[in-house]
Design a protein. Structure first.
Length: 486
């Protein structure tokens, strides 16, 4: 540490830890440096820099003017004074940090010393925070509201660091200086900015954390800077060139509003509002399948449940028969009626919440096909097996066996009739990213539905292609961004 100086407000703030000869006050730095023939200095500024034009602010400003390497930089100090700025940059880092979940009303206060968080549950977040805002000491306050949210991030001086935290700071300081001092690397300038919309509290999200991480890495290789955003970032959507929705969509929902706003702003958006409108409504899908000749199971639409309606269902479909609400996902809003009594009860209950109910013939298979399609090309193929002792992939009433197994295959191993049905169905919707659900019986394939934001999870849908799956998605995203010419 021969060319390192620690600048403090008071010498008494740090003594007796083996670095006394390297510690000076701000006044000493102001008056005594630079010295003639002095090697280029590296400074760790431990003065109070919370306020504009404070000692800490001037310490970093003068260090940069004198050609000294300094931590934190003036830019870092200024950035941390803008709550709006650091909250927008740190949201995605917090979501990816893998920190422990909390409960409504929970509050966390901890310190990050040279990237080491005093709360071990936020170790990854501390590292990420230091990479974005390299400052010796930061006080972090979080609160839980459907995920950990940032209340404040404040740079503090050594004098304001609680005594109980001093040993952690000293240990982090010594560890930091074991490494070669390097100026923080400049962040790569990317051609495009992409917001990935997620809900950290979602129980069954379209992509798990590791998959999101891989999307971000793949985007970087395509010259796209991707970061996670949430519903609260609606007001800053215009900062991005594209929007990638990785949250379960619905029409009367913020996901649709995000997609619509992105489309109006001329952004590339996956999936677009038209795709959401079409995929989220099974009534539209069934009509479109009929008119476009897409192979599907026999389906009718009911708006009442009079005895004549029940007679029609029994005559046309028999039992068992499947009932579906027009909008639903992950097997929710789907029921099986085994007799007239169950049929009447389900219809009575469903028509209280929706004007229309779909009645569909029942076809049991050991698994459903899911064909991922992007830009009208097959992307991946999975077999999703039914949950144990259940007729659907998801059994929401079971805690132990809530879903069945899966098998991921290369698309060239998918039966031709299944692949053809998937591509024909996708064309009905558009050219977005879709998951087409299909039942197969012998040489016949029947399209069940199309999902506008299909699951792409680490070690499931990517089990065959691996990282190539994420690259294919982001390569297409980059192509669309180039065509937009933003």
């Amino acid at each position: 540490m021969s060319n390192l100086l620690l600048v403090v407000d008071n010498l008494s703030d740090i003594q007796g830890v083996g670095v006394d000869d390297r510690v000076i006050t701000f006044e000493q730095y102001l008056e005594d440096h630079p010295k003639k023939g002095e090697k280029r200095l590296s400074l760790i500024n431990l003065c109070d820099s919370e306020k504009y034009l404070s000692r800490g602010y001037y310490c970093s400003l003068l260090a940069e003017a004198r050609g000294h390497r300094v931590l934190p930089s003036v830019n870092t100090i200024n950035d941390l004074r803008s709550k709006l700025l650091y909250m927008s940059r740190i949201t995605g880092e917090l979501l990816l940090s893998g920190s422990n979940p909390g409960e409504e009303g929970d509050r966390k206060t901890f310190y990050v010393n040279f990237g080491i968080a005093s709360d071990a549950a936020f170790a990854k977040f501390g590292q990420r925070l230091f990479s974005v805002y390299p400052a010796p000491m930061l006080k972090v306050v979080l609160f839980w509201a459907n995920g950990w949210q940032v209340k404040s991030i404040v740079p503090i001086s050594l004098g304001k660091l609680p005594k109980v935290e001093r040993p952690n700071f000293i240990q982090a300081l010594l560890k930091f200086n074991e490494k070669r001092w390097q100026s923080p690397k400049k962040k790569k300038a990317y051609r495009w900015e992409l917001g990935i919309l997620v809900d950290p509290a979602e129980v069954l999200p379209p992509s798990n954390k590791e998959a999101l991480n891989r999307f971000i890495k793949a985007a970087a290789k395509c010259n796209i800077n991707a970061e996670l955003i949430t519903a609260k970032d609606y007001h800053r959507l215009e900062e991005y060139d594209g929007l990638f929705i990785r949250e379960t969509t619905a029409i009367d929902h913020h996901t649709f509003r995000f997609a619509r706003k992105a489309e109006i702003e001329g952004m590339v958006v996956i999936d677009d509002p038209t795709s959401i409108l079409r995929c989220c409504n099974k009534v539209f899908l069934q009509d479109a399948f009929t008119y476009k000749g897409v192979p599907s199971l026999k389906t009718s639409v009911l708006s009442t449940h009079d005895p004549e309606d029940l007679d029609m269902v029994e005559k046309e479909f028999g039992y068992p028969v499947v009932l579906k609400v027009p909008e639903g996902s992950f097997s929710k809003g789907v029921f099986k009626a085994n007799n007239r009594e169950e049929l009447s009860a389900h219809l009575d209950e469903l028509l209280k919440t929706t004007a229309l109910v779909l009645v569909q013939e029942y076809l049991y298979t050991d698994y459903d096909w899911r064909i991922g399609v992007f830009n009208n090309r097959p992307l991946y193929a999975c077999r999703y097996y039914m949950a144990r002792n259940h007729w659907q992939i998801y059994n929401h009433d079971s805690k132990r066996f809530s879903s069945g197994g899966f098998e991921t295959l290369p698309t060239y191993e998918v039966p031709r009739e299944v692949l053809d049905a998937a591509l024909r169905a996708a064309k009905v919707i558009g050219s977005g990213l879709y998951g087409v659900d299909i039942k197969q019986q012998g040489r016949q394939a029947f399209v069940i539905e199309i999902n506008d934001n299909p699951n792409i999870d680490y070690k499931i849908e990517d089990a065959y292609l691996g990282d190539e799956l994420y690259m294919l998605v982001m390569t297409e995203m980059a192509r669309r961004l180039e065509l937009k010419g933003r």
